[in-house]
Design a protein around this ligand. Structure first.
Ligand SMILES: *Cc1c(COP(=O)(O)O)cnc(C)c1O
Length: 351
């Protein structure tokens, strides 16, 4: 007897991760932090090593309490996950499985799309308008869950809090999920985040420690939501999905506000530099509020190959649903020098 996957899984196109480059400075495919994590993280992880024969704290209580106090919410409104990607899967299981309906932008953040298909739900993808979510069109779609990614990946565009508040008011979705993975890189994070709505239980906000906190390799994300949503997800989550070292690292990282500020300052400065470089080379760059820049190129394959020959890996737009573009993550200072050299000559024709 051969086992076969459930028929609906034929619709699932698996996630294609970005490739790292040989030289770490050339890795510009995955929106990681180019300047590493807080020095406090190594200290905290070393100390936590003595406890790894024990299971981790299932709910990451210490981390939850710290995050709750930072965001002015009750700890029971927070759920920590193995990256925010795990939380997106939990939302799909709980609120979309077997015939539920979701609405998102087209192109979406790929995990929103994949998790919807994995639980056999229907997804309505609404084309972007001027590289940003078409909030008016999305608000008219009846759905169990609406996904807003703010700033959006892969375009880097952001909506104001007022725009998202307006969407929440009009939306015909039962639950609005706002993924704020890149919120720290917006011009004014405090005024852009919809955390005040999450505090009231009106939306779910997703945050990750993979970007500004530079812990992509340890897999920690969290959500802020109503207690009801958190209680529901706690029923179905794997109890020990966030390891003890990851919890210790995360706690140290979120307490190091100065390091977070350094990463933010670096990203904002180099995002400007990258934007200038690609514009001077004659390409259109979408104005970005994230830690990457989306660039329109005449020949995507040739552009990607040209950068690769200079030791740089970027994300081809066609795997992100935007053929004819590439997404370049904001690099380190040495990475910027690599990029400057690469862009000083033109790509040839792709074979
Ligand atoms: C990078 C990213 C995340 C983070 O995912 P993790 O699983 O926490 O690493 C979440 N949402 C979006 C839109 C992202 O680009």
């Amino acid at each position: 007897m051969t086992v076969r996957a459930r028929p609906w899984l034929n619709r699932v196109h698996p996630y294609e991760p970005g490739r790292p480059s040989l030289n770490s400075d050339g890795s510009m495919a995955s929106n990681e932090s180019p300047i590493g994590t807080s020095p406090e993280v190594a200290v905290a992880v070393s100390a936590a090593l003595s406890g790894v024969h024990r299971y981790p704290d299932p709910l990451a209580d210490e981390l939850r309490k710290e995050l709750a106090s930072q965001h002015g919410v009750h700890p029971d409104q927070i759920l920590v996950g193995n990256g925010s990607d795990e939380l997106i899967y939990l939302l799909a299981w709980a609120f979309l499985a077997h015939g539920g309906r979701a609405v998102c932008a087209d192109p979406p953040y790929r995990i929103d799309e994949i998790s919807t298909f994995v639980v056999d739900a229907r997804l309505n993808k609404v084309p972007l308008k001027d590289w940003a979510h078409d909030l008016d069109a999305m608000s008219q779609v009846e759905a169990d869950v609406a996904y807003i990614v703010n700033p959006h990946n892969p375009t880097g565009t952001a909506h104001s809090r007022a725009e998202i508040e307006g969407f929440v008011e009009l939306s015909r979705a039962a639950l609005v999920v706002v993924d704020e993975a890149y919120i720290d890189f917006t011009d004014d994070p405090e005024q852009t985040t919809v955390m005040p709505l999450a505090r009231e239980g009106d939306v779910v906000v997703l945050r990750t420690l993979s970007k500004v906190y530079a812990l992509a390799g340890l897999r920690v994300g969290y959500m802020v939501a109503s207690r009801d949503v958190v209680t529901t997800l706690r029923k179905i989550r794997p109890p020990f999905s966030v390891g003890a070292l990851a919890q210790a690292a995360a706690l140290a990282a979120v307490r190091d506000n100065a390091h977070r500020q350094r990463v933010r300052d670096h990203v904002l400065r180099l995002r400007g530099e990258v934007t200038c470089l690609v514009q001077q080379a004659g390409y259109l760059a979408v104005p970005s509020q994230a830690n990457f820049v989306l660039v329109e190129v005449p020949d995507e394959l040739a552009f990607v190959a040209h950068l690769a020959s200079h030791g740089i890996e970027v994300r081809p737009g066609s795997v992100l649903g935007l053929p004819g573009t590439v997404r370049i993550s904001v690099p380190s200072d040495s990475g910027l020098a690599l990029l400057r050299r690469a862009l000083s000559s033109k790509p040839g024709k792709a074979r």
